[in-house]
Ligand binder design. Sequence first.
Ligand code: PLP
Length: 364
Amino acid sequence: MTDKYNRVFNFSAGPAVLPVEVLEEARDDMLNYKNSGMSVMEMSHRSKTYDEIIKTAQKDLRELMNIPDNYKVLFLQGGAHLQFSMVPINLLKNGVADYIVTGQWAKKAYQEAQKYGKINKVATSEDKNFSYIPDCSDLDISPDADYVYICENNTIYGTKFHTLPNTKGKILVSDMSSCFLSEPVDVTKYGLIFAGVQKNVGPAGVQIVIIREDLLRDDLPSWCPTMLNYKIHADNDSLYNTPPAYGIYICSLVFKWLKKQGGLKKMKELNEKKAKILYDFLDSSKLFKGTVEKSSRSLMNVPFITGNDEMDKKFVEEAKNEGLVQLKGHRTVGGMRASIYNAMPIEGVVKLVEFMKKFESENI
Ligand SMILES: *Cc1c(COP(=O)(O)O)cnc(C)c1O
């Protein structure tokens, strides 16, 4: 157990661990948020108090990511899955887009987009069960592609694009759900970034979209539902309808927490340090091994196996008894997966590796 609350080390891929300090602040503000006489959950999203919360959230996120003024920040709903539809609906003009399929989420996005246009798979790593990121330096990009799509960190498989694809001048769209705010990014390299916050930022129910202004359109097809039009949300500062108000509030606390930690550069250093502890052990272990090509490794999601299903099961069970939970791998990969997002303290990773060493010595 990790702290005075008897909390476990939670390696869940999502919804996932949040910083204790953030939960404590939310607890303290639960019944009476800053003398408003009510909780944030009970508050009108049109109130002055809430307006301050959502504006500050946006301001802090812009500061953390260094988002240029010509990008809009939207707080939406519908999960990353709705972005699989919104992206093609809003961005297809020529009706052509190129997708790089590096895992199940990219594949789902690719399949969904096919409802709206001619969607090309320009690269994939499915031949080796998505265990690597393909070389994307010289792809056969369609001359009339409206955008090129990637899933930047593949939550299930534990791979990450360490070099962005060469889109040959086309707009880059990135699903950053599981690496959002884990390190600095150059927003100007993207036309659109989206992230479900339940991986590395906040509670499920909030979707953050960062979109370059010139991609907002007045000429969407008339069948496009109003709620799926980015411009509607941009023009209304994410308050066209009732936003996921409490979830955005928790995100705002996480943004403040990240600023206090020293920002994204600092987070990257910490995340590299945490991941190295685990990968170094995996590389030296006689029992466990990582499942991903080294050059494609994610800092956030670390899958590993023993090669024996029974042994994997035993490990997950015994780890759980030690307060190391949610280590079972995704059902499509098997084995184990440790998700070590921003809020996972380094002590959690150290304890996991110590336990793995002990388990290894007992089972080899
Ligand atoms: C979890 C995840 C999704 C799916 O998110 P939902 O909010 O459940 O729709 C999509 N993409 C990535 C990269 C994810 O990690």
